[in-house]
Design a protein around this ligand. Structure first.
Ligand code: NAI
Length: 350
């Protein structure tokens, strides 16, 4: 296995990991360990090329620094990616990535992200102790997705109260992009709260299942950003809120689980200019890292810990949206400012 350190300004450590024997190519990025060990999931995805994979891991690891700080966890931000189709992943590839993570000696803790499962984490665990989201064991936290969805749901209600006049979602129309681990749980919560769903997934079978289970209206993946709805919940990929999307969206609120939803800060400004309330993704989707953190930090009463942290994130969402309204700026700007102040280095420089 070959591990090469790359020098990337703004990131503490970036490793390119290649293992010819298993056909693994991947990256590990530690954005910041200023608040504690860098934490963030391992993603497997078919990237166009290494440049795309590197760009993803850099943006995601930076997002994890903001996310762990927003949740006030004693952790920093990191992320790892494996290039390739998750349906074709092998145990040898996972083990090679596990060995690479182990070389960091605990400066980085991984967990599952897109394309990974708790069972995959159990394989990594054979090579490194620095893995959370395990299916079993003394502090095992399993799949974080239900907690992520719950946090998004809470944030959605806060935003609905501000933008739609009520935190009760009954009768509201929620457009949901992506019915994966988080999206499916979120669909359940939103439907149970009485909202109507319009959904899209790249996998037509998944969308059809949502139609059957939740009575959801199904649209093609290309159309979900142009449907007329009260709330849009991006729960698939990042970068969906482009300046163009910001000009054309027909919703009052954007609140979802996907990481790095804003293609740029300018897109966030454009949403604000149109009166569309955007809940900063790393505040809305912090439930997952909170759940994982309970395992990393070996918290005895995980349920209580997660409940308290989700309540704190909900309160923070309220503060961010209130301050954004008072200052007439996009909530993404306010969130970045509040959270940066919790980061020793960035806060000092600001
Ligand atoms: P997943 O891989 O289980 O689900 C993603 C779903 O989106 C799949 O059903 C896929 O077919 C669909 N999809 C992909 N591209 C699409 C497109 N262009 N249009 C419509 N559907 C599309 O992933 P998971 O775990 O549900 O995560 C969703 C998002 O939330 C990701 O961005 C992830 O990084 C983020 N997130 C997940 C957390 C978790 O606890 N799983 C925690 C925090 C963030």
């Amino acid at each position: 296995m070959q591990i090469d350190a790359l020098s990337v300004p703004g990131h503490e450590t970036v490793l390119r990991v290649a293992d010819a024997a298993s056909g693994l190519t991947g990256f590990i990025a530690l954005h910041s360990t200023a608040r504690g060990p860098a934490a963030g999931g391992l993603r497997m995805r078919r990237y166009a090329d290494e440049g795309a994979a590197l760009a993803d891991v850099l943006a995601l690891s930076r997002g994890m620094t903001l996310k762990t700080a927003a949740a006030d966890l004693p952790l920093g931000g990191g992320k790892a990616v494996i290039m390739g189709d998750p349906a074709r992943k092998t145990e040898a590839q996972l083990r090679a990535m596990g060995r690479a993570i182990e070389t960091l000696g605990g400066r980085y803790w991984t967990a599952e992200d897109m394309g990974m499962s708790p069972a995959d984490m159990a394989i990594l665990r054979q090579e490194t102790e620095f893995v959370a989201g395990l299916p079993d064991g003394p502090f095992a936290s399993g799949d974080p997705s239900p907690r992520t969805a719950r946090g998004v749901f809470y944030a959605m209600r806060v935003a609905a109260e501000r933008a739609l006049g009520s935190r009760v979602l009954t009768g509201q129309r929620v457009a949901l992009q992506g019915l994966g681990h988080v999206g499916w749980h979120l669909a359940k919560l939103v439907r149970a709260a009485g909202a109507d769903l319009v959904v899209a997934d790249a996998d037509p079978a998944r969308a059809a299942q949502a139609a059957q289970t939740f009575g959801a209206e199904v649209v093609a993946p290309d159309d979900i950003l142009s449907v007329s709805a009260d709330i849009l919940a991006p729960c698939a990929i990042g970068g969906v809120l482009t300046p163009e999307a910001a000009r054309t969206l027909d919703v009052a609120v954007v609140c979802g689980a996907a990481n790095n939803q804003l293609a740029s800060d300018a897109a966030g400004d454009a949403l604000h200019a149109r009166g569309i309330l955007y809940v900063p993704d790393y505040v809305a989707n912090g439930g997952g890292i909170v759940n994982v953190a309970a395992e990393i930090l070996r918290i005895p009463d995980r349920a209580h810990f997660v409940t308290e942290k989700l309540a704190a994130l909900e309160a923070m969402t309220g503060r961010i949206l209130a301050r954004a309204a008072a200052e007439d700026v996009g909530p993404h700007r306010v969130a970045d400012r509040i959270v940066s102040a919790r980061l020793p280095l960035e806060g000092a420089a600001a």
